[in-house]
Design a protein around this ligand. Structure first.
Ligand SMILES: NC(=O)c1ccc[n+]([C@@H]2O[C@H](COP(=O)([O-])OP(=O)(O)OC[C@H]3O[C@@H](n4cnc5c(N)ncnc54)[C@H](OP(=O)(O)O)[C@@H]3O)[C@@H](O)[C@H]2O)c1
Length: 271
């Protein structure tokens, strides 16, 4: 299937590892030009080098097609600087993938205001701020494709994942409202809800389970695979395939949707 992404330009926030890196690599392989960001400059630069060297990016195009900007998307000035750098390099931003985020576990008894604020700064204010920053250009062209990577905690709020659950639910509501508001301007906003994808975030959660419950790694990890009817963890590349489809012309009739990629964990018939 030709996704018709050749010549398109994209920003993928948090593209220096995990799901964001896989999305950036996939869009590049499809012929798009991609800007990535992250807070750790060394990790970001190494990721940009790996993307430039990636097989889908032919020699000559690689240097120009990959832009790395050190930026914290929870900070307004950083978001503006990222978008300005992408516009300067590429001339326009067709695609925004809001992916930058972390996972914070805490309960009603031990969650701090700072933990919740941090999650809201990443997932709500960060995502919304990025959309607002790219919106003028998308509106002017009458074309825009946005995917917000949220997480299944939006549908399954868990008592010991309170900060992430609340922030995910807020980001989901924001995404649907903006999708409806901008649909008639041909700006499509969809969300993707991964769960238990093999990345550093999950490695950290498994390590915590091992420490808290005195388990070996296989036993700690099996708690997560058992939660999925497919019985395995997902890969960042599988999430990237879904996102590439959603930002492509092939998904022109998909707007305001929220797609689960979780091995069948989500069990509601509706929603
Ligand atoms: N893996 C899963 O199973 C899972 C499940 C549900 C939801 N998600 C969501 O999927 C997204 C990607 O997760 P992942 O598993 O790929 O995580 P990851 O491997 O930890 O990667 C996160 C990426 O985001 C960047 N980042 C984090 N906060 C940032 C900020 N404020 N500003 C700029 N960059 C930032 C990180 O780089 P720096 O640290 O250098 O900034 C890194 O590049 C996250 O939003 C996460 O909440 C993942």
């Amino acid at each position: 299937m030709d996704l018709a992404l050749t010549g398109r330009t994209a920003i993928v926030t948090g593209g220096s590892r995990g799901i964001g890196f896989a999305i950036a690599a996939r869009l590049l392989a499809e012929g798009a030009r991609v800007a990535i960001c992250g807070r750790d400059t060394a990790r970001l630069d190494a990721a940009a080098e790996r993307l430039r060297a990636s097989s889908g990016c032919e020699a000559g195009r690689a240097g120009e097609a990959v832009l790395a900007v050190a930026a914290d998307t929870s900070v307004s000035a950083d978001r503006d600087r990222l978008v300005e750098a992408a516009l300067e390099r590429f001339g326009r931003v067709d695609i925004l993938v809001n992916n930058a985020g972390t996972h914070v576990r805490a309960t009603v008894d031990d969650m701090t205001d700072a933990q919740l604020q941090g999650q809201l700064d990443d997932k709500l204010f960060g995502f919304l701020g990025m959309i607002r920053a790219v919106l003028p250009g998308m509106r002017a062209r009458g074309d825009g494709r946005v995917v917000n990577i949220i997480g299944q905690a939006t549908r399954h709020p868990h008592p010991d994942r309170l900060p992430s659950g609340i922030a995910n639910a807020a980001a989901q509501a924001m995404s649907k409202a903006l999708a409806d508001a901008l649909a008639r301007e041909n700006i499509r906003i969809n969300t993707v809800c991964p769960q238990y994808i093999e990345t550093d975030i999950l490695a950290g959660v498994i390590a915590k389970e091992m420490a808290d419950r005195n388990l070996d790694r296989a036993s700690a990890a099996s708690g997560f695979t058992r939660a999925n009817v497919l019985g395995r963890l997902g890969t960042a590349e599988e999430v990237a395939d879904l996102v590439a489809f959603l930002v492509s012309d092939r998904a022109d009739h998909v707007s305001g949707s929220s797609v689960s990629i979780d091995g069948g964990y989500h069990r509601h018939v509706f929603g």
